[in-house]
Design a binder for this molecule. Structure first.
Ligand code: SOE
Length: 393
């Protein structure tokens, strides 16, 4: 059988997902063939160009027509967050398997409707997943497995940061990511969602309450001329930035352990710096996306003369995905998470099993995002995420 994929959207994530769909069948022995059938975008010439560049058989401009087609099996959604719910609900109703980019939605209400629809569709053999690709970096899976094996003892504290600097320039135009009606939130939902999901994934614990603060540093930006290439508000003059540039928040895990989070687009010099450090009573583990093939491990039980963080090179074939690529020491990169995501999704679809992260896990992230925004609007008071009360899995 061949699984025919429709990609809805063709921006940066459209490129990353295209690489995933192109490479997965070549690198992994998938249970079914994959056909990159059609890529969809509002701008005809632009999506036609993207189809030719990335190897999609067709280009189209009407997602509703594509989602309804009988010759499409998978709908992969990489549009801005304001269309995730509408496209997902239509695709699930049409019996299509859905891969939706993160964050799942722009609100808890939308995410709840999407998760409910996914639970109903699962009864019809339809699979849905949300695109938190960093879980698919081998070192992140190792981080989770070492915690689960007790290698650092009881998790006592978590430190998570995702720092970029692409908005430090006040001349950067008012792109869709800077407008609440399109993006839902700013750094919080775009990159904060990643460190929220990763924290819950590697610790196996939900974040039960948060206290946060957000800020918008550059409050107005130039509207983008028609030729800027960035999707957003075209035109002359300036427009209001209606989302956060920085989000800082503390979180309390189920066990009572405290976590600290920083999501910012104003960490001058930090291009895509995601760091996660988990501290336990027997040791610690530290991951840095800029060194994504390594995991740093500190063992309090080591002899004094050799104590210190050690570098685990996560390129041995014993780790997930690695044996399909290169020999030990030949590194993976940012795009490999998208290839692994496509592989895992195809395997789940063919096997008829849940694909993680599920929409319920995406909803759990959405609840944390919402609680941070509520807290920030109410003098940073502690706000419960409702995690314990909403265990859907
Ligand atoms: C933000 O610039 C961004 O593209 C995120 O949207 C992605 O999820 C992340 O992987 C890279 O940075």
């Amino acid at each position: 059988m061949t699984l025919r994929v429709a990609l809805i959207g063709h921006g940066f994530m459209g490129a990353a997902h295209s690489v995933g769909w192109r490479q997965a069948p070549a690198v992994f022995d998938l249970p079914d063939d994959v056909e990159m059938a059609v890529i969809v975008g509002r701008n005809g010439p632009a999506v036609t160009s993207a189809a030719a560049k990335w190897g999609w058989a067709e280009a189209a401009t009407d997602w509703r027509e594509v989602v309804a087609r009988d010759d499409i099996d998978i709908v992969d959604i990489v549009t801005p967050g304001d269309s995730h719910a509408e496209i997902t609900l239509a695709a699930l109703a049409a019996g299509k398997h859905v891969l939706c980019e993160k964050p799942l939605a722009n609100s808890v209400d939308e995410a709840e409707r999407m998760a409910e629809a996914a639970r109903e569709a699962a009864g019809r053999g339809v699979v849905a997943t949300v695109g938190f690709t960093y879980r698919r970096v081998p070192a992140v899976t190792l981080l989770r497995d070492l915690i689960a094996a007790g290698r650092i003892g009881t998790v006592q504290q978590v430190r998570a940061a995702y720092r970029q600097d692409w908005l430090v320039d006040p001349e950067m135009p008012l792109a869709w990511r800077l407008q609440k009606e399109h993006a839902g939130s700013g750094a919080l939902g775009d990159i904060g969602a990643h460190i929220i999901d990763m924290t819950q994934f590697v610790t196996g614990q939900r974040i039960e309450s948060v206290s946060g603060v957000v800020d918008t540093i550059v409050k107005r930006r130039p509207l983008q001329g028609s030729g800027s290439g960035l999707s957003g508000t075209a035109g002359e003059g300036f427009g209001d930035v209606t989302v956060d540039d920085v989000a800082l928040f503390a979180g309390r895990l189920e066990s009572g352990a405290l976590a600290s989070f920083e999501a910012t687009r104003f960490a001058t010099g930090r291009k895509n710096s995601l760091t996660l450090e988990i501290s336990g009573d027997k040791g610690a583990l530290a991951f840095d996306l800029e060194q994504l093939n390594s995991l740093r491990y500190y063992d309090r039980g080591a002899d004094a003369e050799v104590q210190g963080f050690t570098d685990i090179l996560v390129t041995e074939p014993v780790h997930p995905y690695v044996s399909a690529w290169w020999p030990a020491g030949h590194m993976l990169g940012y795009e490999h998470g998208f290839v692994h995501q496509a592989k895992d999704f195809v395997e789940a679809v063919v096997a008829g099993v849940a694909a993680h992260p599920t929409f319920d896990e995406g909803l759990a992230v959405q609840r944390v995002l919402d609680a941070v925004e509520t807290s920030a609007a109410e003098d940073s008071r502690w706000v419960r995420t409702g995690a314990a009360a909403h265990e859907e899995e």
